[in-house]
Design a protein around this ligand. Sequence first.
Ligand code: PEP
Length: 252
Amino acid sequence: MRKKIVAGNWKMNKTLQEGVALATELKDILAAEKPNCEVIIGTPFIHLATLSELLKDSVIAVSAENCANKASGAYTGEVSAAMVKSTGAEYVILGHSERREYYHETPEILKEKVDLALENGLKVIFCIGESEAERDNNQQEAVCKAELAGSVFHLTPEQWKNIVIAYEPIWAIGTGKTATAEQAEEIHAYIRKCVAEVYGAEMADETSILYGGSCKASNAPELFSKPDIDGGLIGGASLKAPDFKGIIDAWK
Ligand code: PEP
């Protein structure tokens, strides 16, 4: 059975102290009431070591939101996959549309990041998804397939086991416009078909594919009830413990 996952993406929010407070609150809530899914929080680099230590005996795994496309050296301000791993973090989110758009991360750069993350023992939450104009032109399938082919379909089947896909339509991120459960299921099923073409039906069936884009406690149950939606990557609603817990509870 593939994993059900609810993963938070804090983006560039929370000071270290605020992040510790939020993670502590979430840890306590989930210790009192065990989740029915894997729970991950994606945080800025500065939180990783502290939160990995704080959450080490909890049900919550820690993820970075990015890593460098170079292994080490004279790249001022960058943080390598090995450095992320050394904090105790287990995951890294790569390919988020904000990084593709604002930091010009191309499929080639993302491929380098994915390779380095896996080489250093991190699991990757790899984000794909179309813009509003691409959806209007019915290009969502072509966009998702190209993003997968450009950065992750070169991986070996063994490496693929450490990949989680997050389908995040750009028009739904932070906009309050959620894809309908039917729209999301349709593209999730297509993504799984693309994975099956490369890695076979069995591995595709084992691959967790998350939905991201204005997911909240009110719409998560319907989205997660669909057969090819294995959970969510959550932005805004991961910044308050009760909101995030509401989404985790959709798996109950
Ligand atoms: C995201 O950026 O990964 C995301 C899904 O954001 P939001 O939930 O705020 O739409």
